[in-house]
Design a protein around this ligand. Structure first.
Ligand code: ZN
Length: 151
């Protein structure tokens, strides 16, 4: 990765952590879940409005480090208009980007800015917390999720 590209990625992460998108309550939510990453202290509540199997709206609330906040913000932008199964497929490709062999998925788009956390394994859970919480919300698991019970 060139230094210029790394700077650009850093800029996007800082922007989304300072001014996260889609923050706040979602009174008409059909799905919700809470996530907690005890390694870092990141917490978030994710709410989704799913209509006919498509994510119509998504918002989050919580407190966490810059990576977890930026990742949740970028995730909400990436999810709107996608079906639940498309969202799960995107999570699989995003997880691969951070932990293993990245697959070429143009839908990852801006999410690729988080690829840099691959160099910091302790931060991977910060970047995936929102997605694990999304998975729990879509599967209507009512118990809070913690990154410590995840692979
Ligand atoms: Zn964190």
């Amino acid at each position: 990765m060139t230094a210029d590209l790394r700077d650009l990625y850093q800029e996007v992460i800082v922007d989304h952590s300072r001014w996260p998108r889609n923050v706040g309550p979602l009174p008409e939510a059909s799905h919700q879940a809470e996530g907690f990453n005890p390694l870092c202290g990141d917490r978030l509540t994710l709410r989704l409005k799913v209509v006919d199997g498509v994510i119509d709206d998504v918002r989050f609330e919580g407190t966490g480090c810059a990576i977890s906040t930026a990742s949740a913000s970028l995730m909400t932008e990436a999810l709107k208009g996608r079906s639940a199964s498309e969202a799960e497929a995107l999570f699989a490709d995003f997880h691969a980007l951070l932990t293993g062999e990245p697959k070429a998925n143009p839908a990852l788009a801006k999410l690729a800015v988080l690829a840099g956390v691959r160099e910091f394994p302790s931060r991977i859970k910060c970047a995936t917390l929102a997605w694990h919480t999304l998975h729990a919300a879509l599967h209507a698991e009512n118990r809070p999720v913690t990154t410590e019970s995840m692979p």
